[in-house]
Design a binder for this molecule. Structure first.
Ligand code: B12
Ligand code: SF4
Ligand code: SF4
Length: 402
């Protein structure tokens, strides 16, 4: 079991300590790498949350603003609840450094948490199994399980249970395990003992995550502006990606790991996998059935086909690779979803060159959705001014004459 709990929870010989030891052992068997306990209380950092909402930081994630009191105090779900068991389940970081030649190979990047089956199902099943064991140890005990599945401020409960500290990148970080883990909670009416000291704070003077975030989403004071975060833009946001942010997405098409990759508390990643570096033209050609077949058991389904293909179009537009024009031109002709067509037009405008301009001019004749027609007009302007770049170096090169 990780250091986060060992010195804090298994004290004395009380019935609670024995029970907590048994819960810890069962959790470890189920694959959890951290376990902590804390009595429930109204979270004391409520003002931070109120301010966050007042600034509209939830963006399109309206659920975050729904009944904030319930998020701050789980006893509003059920007054008999007394304690939380906070759990961390690891996921494997992607290989680092990321593919340097993505512009040439036209490969995108997917955040490593999305590798394999959807974590909501995977971790939920393990946490439910643990809840079942707790109920066998203490028949009749309440055990309500969450994995990003309800009105719970999960990192805050992880912090209360001394699993780690809230880093400048706003992730919960453990000194041994880093931050590549999911959080899960079991709320119970059992009187479990809390940690006996604060975990502490270990960012020190480091500001790597702030310096390296490509969109400036992170600020001093442990503050994130989700509406600038690539994870929000590529997963949660359903509409057009703001024009000025599209270049900063690079080849991220689902989530982003940069502020974790640069964190000195995380180990360098494992092997690169095709699943996390998919070939972008193939994704842009996915129809509804193809999307369902490929992603129905993956966290990626959250973005929906239209969201994912929107992101893929942006990445292709950022590739500076004329080889991307063919699939984009094909998509502009055949794609049924206006959101995707609009971003495809932007991508062609960004790439420029005769093929891109031809495709845009042709589409301008028949496009019937005003928002897409606007994207096409802007893209034609950009394509006329654009100097194609060398994908290998991403430097400007002379444009072929039409
Ligand atoms: C909304 C959300 C997002 C949003 C907003 C992120 C954010 N930082 O709030 C977006 C889409 C951007 C996002 C991105 C990611 N997410 Co997310 N996300 C969530 C979700 C659903 C809710 C988070 C939330 O409530 N935010 C609202 C803010 C106000 O809450 P808060 O930051 O926890 O703040 C409270 C306290 O911490 C405190 N506080 C915080 N800082 C400070 C500082 C001071 C000085 C004070 C006084 C108080 C204070 O005040 C608040 C009220 O108590 C949680 C799951 C859940 N239900 O909790 C997952 C979750 C946080 N996400 C997770 C993950 C993995 C990610 C990504 C890494 C995915 C990816 N690779 O793309 C990125 C990381 C981006 C980043 N740097 O945060 C994991 C994090 C695990 C971990 N080790 O921390 C969670 C816990 C999901 C899970 N079950 O594992 N996510
Ligand atoms: S996930 Fe990416 S975009 Fe979001 S805060 Fe971290 S580095 Fe910035
Ligand atoms: S990169 Fe540095 S500042 Fe950011 S969370 Fe990690 S230790 Fe903290």
């Amino acid at each position: 079991m990780a250091e986060a709990q060992s010195s804090r929870t298994h004290r004395g010989g009380s019935a609670q300590s024995t029970l907590q030891g048994e819960i810890g052992a069962a959790a470890r068997e189920l694959g959890f790498i951290l376990v902590g306990f804390a009595p429930l209380r109204r979270l004391p950092r409520a003002a931070f949350y109120a301010q966050w909402l007042a600034e509209g930081r939830q963006g399109e994630m309206a659920y975050l603003a729904r009944d904030p009191e319930r998020r701050l105090d789980p006893r509003r779900l059920d007054p008999s609840l007394r304690a939380v068991i906070s759990l961390a389940f690891p996921y494997r970081p992607a290989g680092a450094p990321p593919l340097a030649d993505w512009r040439t190979s036209l490969r995108g990047r997917i955040a490593s948490y999305a590798l394999g089956p959807d974590y909501h199902l995977l971790v939920l099943a393990r946490a439910r199994a643990l809840a079942g064991q707790i109920q066998r140890l203490r028949p009749g005990a309440q055990a309500r399980v969450y994995v990003d599945t309800g009105p719970v401020l999960e990192r805050e409960w992880g912090r209360e249970s001394a699993l780690g500290w809230f880093g400048r990148n706003t992730n919960l970080i453990n000194r041994v395990q880093g931050s590549y883990f999911f959080l899960s909670e079991i709320f119970t009416d059992l009187p479990l003992e809390g940690p006996h000291r604060d975990y502490g704070e270990f960012c020190g003077r480091c500001t790597r995550c702030l310096d390296r975030c490509p969109t400036g989403a992170l600020a001093q004071g442990y503050r994130i502006e989700p509406r600038l975060c690539i994870s929000y833009l590529t997963i949660e946001s359903r509409g057009p990606i703001p024009l000025h942010l599209r270049p900063a997405l690079g080849n991220w098409i689902f989530g982003c790991d940069i502020c974790q990759e640069v964190c000195p508390w995380n180990d360098a990643g494992g092997a690169n996998s095709d699943e996390l570096n998919p070939w972008l033209p193939e994704l842009l050609r996915l129809d509804d059935d193809g999307f369902r077949q490929r992603f129905s058991r993956s966290a990626i389904k959250r973005a929906k086909r239209r969201g994912l293909l929107r992101n893929v179009a942006v990445a292709l537009g950022n590739s500076a690779n004329p080889a991307a024009v063919e699939v984009l031109a094909e998509s502009l002709r055949t794609e049924p979803e206006p959101l995707v067509r609009g971003h495809v037009a932007w991508a062609l405008g960004n790439l420029g060159g005769p093929g891109a301009r031809r495709a845009l001019l042709q589409a301008a004749q028949s496009e019937s959705t005003p928002a897409v027609a606007e994207e096409i007009t802007a893209a034609l302007r950009a394509a006329t001014g654009a100097r194609p770049r060398d994908p290998a170096t991403c430097q400007g090169i002379e444009r072929d004459q039409d």
